[in-house]
Write a protein that binds this ligand. Structure first.
Ligand code: GCO
Ligand code: MG
Length: 402
């Protein structure tokens, strides 16, 4: 069997997605997500200009060899564009392997290690009263874990609080919108939110909070310490993580667990964080970290150091990425939590999928392969629309991490 075709499909059913569909000489197809929010066309072009021509004629069964070919063969290593393109190929080849074997991908990865994949939902609101009712709504749906984000008094808008109550979408304008940030206002407000939330919902509910790379290590240490009475499951992306040793400073001061990794694209971005036990959850994803092959390598390393998985699962990761993530989540020994943000009905229609939510868990599809596809005709009805993520400035106008 050989690869005879590979199509790059860009579609915008409410938001942009890039998909690779590989076709074999036996007529078997496989799909992979290649979406990089705000930079979609760069991955689409990397795939169609540089990867697709090299795929034609290759044996689709050679997943590891193809991964190494694309990684080592580019000479220029790592980076989100390259690694998302590699991820798309890798994911599609696992899909094909499963279909050829007649098995769901989690069976190829060793089979189930648990009954379901625990997911966390997103309670976002401008103020604390409103966020309490959002949390109740998630509890009513069966969620055991909820991420909590609120507006910050004195700031017009902030990360994590969407305009739409059901569907959160930060990439909302062709040219990036600008937010304003105050670390002091934030650090003063967040502990008061979690005090109310714990008081209202008691000790059992798992609570998470995303800092979105906005603090310095010592500020993150202060936040972690101030949140200790409310025992969060994790404090996410407390600081930008290029400087891995910076996490030592946070660790020295707080027992609040740390999750990081949604912008990482290889094992080298988290090697020191993991082996020095500076984090508790690694949040790398299938689409941005080189596909199932590389993500499993990261999670295996993490398992040796008591670090559990917590894969990113925002709406800019397509249902193909979610399908693939669930096969890995259900099979690895060190699964922690899976993020789950619901897609819009238009997106769900373009990507028919077999995974399902029930009582706080997602269940991967039992169909052969990944159990997800793209409806190419429908996808063609939603042309690409430029959409950028916001940028962020301090009150004096200085650029800050968004
Ligand atoms: C999360 C994230 C996202 C990102 C988004 C960027 O934890 O879900 O921080 O919402 O901001 O994926 O494209
Ligand atoms: Mg995040």
């Amino acid at each position: 069997m050989r690869i005879v075709d590979a199509r790059v499909i860009v579609t915008c059913p409410g938001r942009n997605f890039v998909t690779l569909k590989i076709v074999t000489s036996d007529g078997v197809t496989g799909v992979g997500d290649a979406t990089l929010n705000g930079r979609e066309l760069s991955v689409a072009s990397y795939l169609s200009e540089h990867v697709v021509p090299a795929l034609i004629g290759r044996d689709p069964a050679r997943i590891e060899d193809t991964w190494q070919y694309l990684y080592k063969g580019a000479y220029w290593r790592r980076g989100p564009v390259t690694m998302s393109a590699i991820a798309a190929v890798d994911t599609a080849l696992w899909d094909i392997k499963g279909k050829v074997a007649g098995l769901p991908v989690h069976q190829l990865l060793g089979g189930r290690s648990r009954d379901g994949v625990t997911v966390y939902g997103h309670a976002n609101a401008v103020d604390v009263d409103a966020v309490l009712s959002e949390i109740s709504a998630y509890i009513d749906l069966g969620y055991r874990a909820v991420r909590v984000q609120t507006g910050i008094p004195g700031l017009a808008s902030t990360y994590g609080v969407g305009k739409d109550r059901t569907f959160y979408e930060p990439a909302d304008a062709a040219i990036a919108t600008e937010n304003t940030w105050s670390t002091e206002a934030y650090l003063a407000h967040v502990p008061t939110v979690f005090a109310r939330v714990r008081d209202e919902f008691g000790p059992a509910l798992k609570l998470l909070h995303d800092v979105h790379h906005r603090l310095t290590p010592i500020e993150a240490a202060r936040l972690g310490r101030s949140l200790e009475p409310y025992h969060l499951t994790w404090m996410e992306d407390p600081v930008p993580a290029e400087l891995q040793s910076g996490f030592r400073e946070i660790r020295r001061h707080t027992t609040t667990p740390i999750a990081v990794g949604e912008v990482f694209n290889t094992i080298w971005d988290c090697q020191e964080l993991i082996t020095d036990q500076l984090i508790d959850y690694i949040r790398t994803t299938v689409v941005h970290a080189g596909g199932l092959t590389h993500l499993r390598r990261i999670f295996d390393l993490a398992a040796l150091y008591h670090v559990r998985s917590g894969s990113h699962g925002a709406t800019d990761l397509s249902p193909i990425c979610m399908s693939a993530a669930l096969h890995l989540d259900i099979s690895i020994p060190n699964f922690g939590l899976q993020e789950y943000m619901r897609h819009t009905p238009e997106t769900d229609e373009v990507f028919p999928h077999g995974y399902r939510y029930e009582g706080g868990y997602l269940h991967p599809s039992e169909e052969p392969g990944l159990g997800v596809d793209i409806d190419e005709e429908l996808a063609a009805r939603y042309p690409y629309r430029p959409a950028a993520l916001p940028v962020n400035r301090l009150e004096d106008g200085t650029m800050h991490s968004w």
